[in-house]
Design a protein around this ligand. Structure first.
Ligand code: AMP
Length: 396
């Protein structure tokens, strides 16, 4: 796997795909600069080598049209501040204006190109557009995990114009390593904790992961499809009746593969989907009509704790309860604490995909786990076992 450590950028212009799709407030101020900070090590290494950096990204969904509200010029000062280097801006992402700005760029300087998605060709993965982009650098660096699952011009197609001079940035390399650790090289026992709302959205992940893990913890809304499929009463809990057969097949496959599946035995049930609803702890297979399970119960959390604390490699995807409501966030917080403890004892823990990152940030677990993925969709597709086009293009 070629990373930027395999290149010396002295006198070279690096064309870097970053993910600067950051949130802006009504006055166009960046409200969260994590994504910019995440790309900093890559950019700084290139500058310290004596190279220059041409940064390209998308922002929002302009759908192929110029939209001043989504101009990357709004974030230029913030990028300068985070990098500690004055960043220049090109009002075009390809063509003569961009080419002139690149030609004038000196060693140690940084240029930010305008929003790639102002051109419809970007998301179409247009080869011509990718070739125009390739004129803007000597070495192509992909450091955008958040868009690595898209075969867009700047994330994938452009790589073919750099057959000998393309590589991963530090951030993308770290993401790949973290996934490898969970899926292939991690120390056993390996445990996956899968929560979230529905079996249907997690099914491909579950099927792929059964070959990699020793323990599978199921939580969140998915619980009730499994419980009902096994003959339990789930009251008004979220349940996909058409996925019950699939749930039984998963349990059967897991058994054959020697994977221990842990499904909640008790839950915190409520008489309404509401933070102020009446609640009681009940067995997960005896939920009364009119009540719904919204969080894991205390006996369940004890079992989950035991499994997590003996694990050496942990993957967490999806909240264990309706964490957005304080009354039903305890299970998700408890899981975060168990993973924190396991990590302190030497386990490797990866959190990623969809809502789990939001939960981890909300409860302050970000610095307590080994790695928090920067890509929602890209992470989910990796866990499904798919080869991401942006990664494959560098390896090709
Ligand atoms: P996902 O995007 O599939 O990871 O699902 C995340 C959502 O699942 C969160 O918004 C949670 O509130 C929701 N969720 C977790 N547990 C339950 C539950 N028992 N009933 C309904 N929704 C749940």
């Amino acid at each position: 796997m070629k990373t930027i450590n395999d290149f010396n950028f002295k006198g070279k212009k690096a064309l870097i795909r970053v993910d600067f799709n950051v949130p802006l407030d009504a006055d166009f101020n960046v409200t969260d600069d994590n994504r910019i900070a995440a790309a900093k090590p890559t950019i700084i290494k290139i500058l310290e080598d004596g190279g220059s950096a041409v940064l390209m990204s998308h922002l929002g969904r302009p759908d192929g049209k110029v939209n001043p509200d989504l101009s990357l010029k709004h974030i230029c000062n913030k990028v300068s501040e985070v990098l500690g280097v004055k960043v220049k801006f090109s009002t075009e992402s390809v063509g003569p204006i961009a080419e002139k700005a690149v030609a004038e760029l000196k060693s140690g300087e940084v240029l930010l190109l305008e929003n790639l998605r102002f051109h419809a060709e970007e998301e179409k993965g247009d080869k011509n557009f990718a070739e125009q982009l390739s004129n803007l650098g000597d070495i192509y660096v992909n450091d955008a995990f958040g868009t690595a699952h898209r075969a867009h011009a700047s994330t994938t197609i452009v790589a073919q114009f750099f057959p000998e001079s393309k590589c991963f940035g530090f951030l993308l390399a770290k993401e790949i390593e973290a996934i490898e650790k969970v899926m292939r090289t991690g120390e056993k026992p390996v445990t996956a904790i899968l929560g979230g709302a529905k079996v249907s959205s997690k099914i491909t992940i579950i099927e792929n992961i059964l070959d990699k893990v020793d323990h599978l913890i199921i939580g969140g809304g998915m619980t009730y499809t499994f419980v009902k499929a096994k003959g339990g009463k789930v009251g008004n809990s979220i349940c996909e009746d058409d996925k019950m057969e699939l749930a039984l097949e998963i349990l059967d496959k897991a058994k054959k593969k020697g994977v221990e599946v842990h499904i909640p035995i008790d839950v915190l049930a409520a008489d309404d989907f509401n933070n102020n609803a009446n609640t009681k702890v009940v067995n997960s297979n005896e939920i009364p009509d009119g009540w719904q399970g919204l969080d894991a119960g205390p006996k369940t959390l004890e079992i989950f704790k035991e499994v997590i604390l003996k694990s050496k490699t942990i993957l967490w995807n999806g909240p264990i309860g309706v964490f957005e409501m304080e009354s039903f966030a305890k299970g998700t917080i408890a899981i975060g604490n168990f993973i924190d403890e396991a990590t302190k004892n030497g386990a490797f823990s990866l959190v990623g995909g969809g809502d789990s990152v939001a939960a981890v940030k909300q409860f302050g677990f970000e610095d307590k786990v080994s790695y928090v993925s920067t890509g929602g969709g890209a992470m989910l597709e990796s866990l499904e076992g798919k080869t991401l086009p942006g990664i494959a293009a560098i390896l090709a």
